[in-house]
Design a binder for this molecule. Sequence first.
Ligand code: UD1
Length: 370
Amino acid sequence: MKKLALITGGAGFIGRHLARALLAQGYRVRVLDSLIEQVHGGRTVPEGLDPAVEFMVGDVRDGQATARALAGATHVVHLAAEVGVGQSMYAVERYVSVNDCGTAALFQALIEAPVQRVVVASSMSIYGEGLYQTADGDIVEDALRKPHRPGEPWDPLDEAGRPLVPAPTPESKQPALASVYALTKYMQERLTLMLAPAYGMEGVGLRLWNVYGPSQALSNPYTGVLAIFAGRLLNGQPPMIFEDGLQRRDFVHVEDVAQAFVLALEHPAAAGQVYNVGSGQDRTVREVAALLARAMGREDIVPEITGQARAGDIRHCIADIGKIGRELGYAPRRDFSEGLAELAAWVAEQRAVDRVAEARRELEARGLVA
Ligand code: UD1
């Protein structure tokens, strides 16, 4: 029997790339997606979804829609979620409803129609601050961010007041949930790993770092930072950089993320596990802003460094991708500068509605940037 993968939220950025990767692996692919306005801009037909995908419009919280979408499915990838860390701090009910009630509803339906394996998109945000080292080389697991005061360092400090240095964060680091978004992602992950085996299924969680690549929603002001910056530069506007821009992340190309999902769906060793998914290389937000501006030929636009922090944001978290490499054979293939060139070429063909100032006002009005 041909394998049939249901991708919830599969009309989105990651889902569209994953759908193509699964089709290439010989799966039949079905997508259930509610096409939310913030991402899909009011479209009723998804853009860029491979025509071989069977598309169903519907909300994962709607039990009947989900049951229909599960008919005949052998595998599920659960991507349907709200994704903005900053926005989650005020749109609390919406984030908890879509992410947590959505996952609960999916499992309610899966109890009646179990599949072989469910892979859920978890997030590095569940770690809160990543792992750090002191200047003496001691590992710090529980670094915390204090509210920032002008003139003080942005980085978490050791007991002697010296800045801690970020270190690659493995899956064994304890979660430290610093945003509503992170809390909901942890819930999605735990629910999957708890309920799948209780009903004879295999559950896998992928903790994704910052995913970038062509076809990310450019007009969503709560999308990933590279897409936001690309939209700004396309419109001749300066990227707005929070804090001092020296916060570090791991930017991973969406095709590498699709590779990780295929491995997580197929590899026998993945059952019951969680894996970090990144590129293994970390960069500052300021550095990626400069590299993107160069790739887009807009080095003339100088980013605005706001010196303000967004509530819920962590300072640094960089990925240790050793486990997924050893156990599943994952190896990121996409070079960052080639990925940016590809992104720039795609962006040049797009139009972006700039809602960044609007989003900033929403956060400011609630005291969520300071
Ligand atoms: C992102 C994802 C989240 C994913 C997580 C995993 C989005 C919206 N969020 O969260 O779903 O689980 O990665 O790592 O894709 N920044 C600016 N200017 C801006 C926007 C952001 O300076 O206009 C800064 C932020 O303050 C932060 C960094 O860029 O320091 C990254 O922000 P963002 O792209 O929202 O990603 P995460 O919060 O890491």
